[in-house]
Design a protein around this ligand. Sequence first.
Ligand code: NAD
Ligand code: ZN
Length: 258
Amino acid sequence: MVGASSADLERAAAALRDARSVLFITGAGLSADSGLPTYRGIGGLYEASDPEEDLPIETLLSGAMMASRPELTWTYLAEIARACRGATFNRGHEVIAEVERQIERTWTLTQNVDGLHRAAGSKQLIEIHGTLHARRCTACPWRASVPDPVPETIPPRCPDCDAIVRPDVVLFNELLPEPAMEVLLRELDRGFDLVFSVGTSSAFAYIIEPVLQATEAGRTTIEINPAPTILSPHVDLRFTGGAASTLDAIWRRASATP
Ligand code: NAD
Ligand code: ZN
């Protein structure tokens, strides 16, 4: 179910055919099509709060909680990691990687920490919230990539100094990684012909601004999300189907020989 008229699909396909640069902004909704829980919305983790602690997920997954009660934060991170372990990338991730191979200046700005864009073959990737597939020690310079994001113990400990290890993700109330921000600002400065916002509730300024910036510059903007967001009134085209089927439908039209 793509939730779109054939005319809108054609307009999106034409924009993709004509674009020389594309930015995909993605969120948990893209990976929902791989069976991963989103944060907000139906089945989202935000619906859950710790029954014993009665704390919201934003507190449980905050930098302060990781510092004071890492076992609690890791318990919730492990839940997300377990979901990631069983998941594989979907057609939406694949289409984004295919577009990158066809249109040289394609970038993906993702809030997802599941590693599925990389697994699908995306290379020009800005993982603005980090990844669960990397960990670092909270006390010494130890860091490592971890093929399996599920921790062996809760909390996991550093093999070098036995201090607590944390995932290389941005927890609530933490700063964004500087190298990722630098790449993002550099590429936004160059601008994009076409900007997609896919499966994100658009809760953060750095996720909203690139879309508004493109709108102001007269570039094409497309949102794919079954639920309306703060950006919905500002985009040129809005699709209310799932991310994977909608991206597939647009890409098939764009690639079809006329
Ligand atoms: P979010 O949970 O706030 O919003 C998900 C959005 O996806 C909602 O607007 C929802 O309507 C939409 N959606 C649901 N199913 C969809 C589908 N099949 N197709 C298209 N859209 C669909 O997610 P967000 O905006 O990415 O929130 C940001 C936070 O969530 C970040 O901190 C991010 O790190 C974290 N997060 C990441 C993952 C992951 O890595 N897979 C999972 C959950 C949360
Ligand atoms: Zn250490």
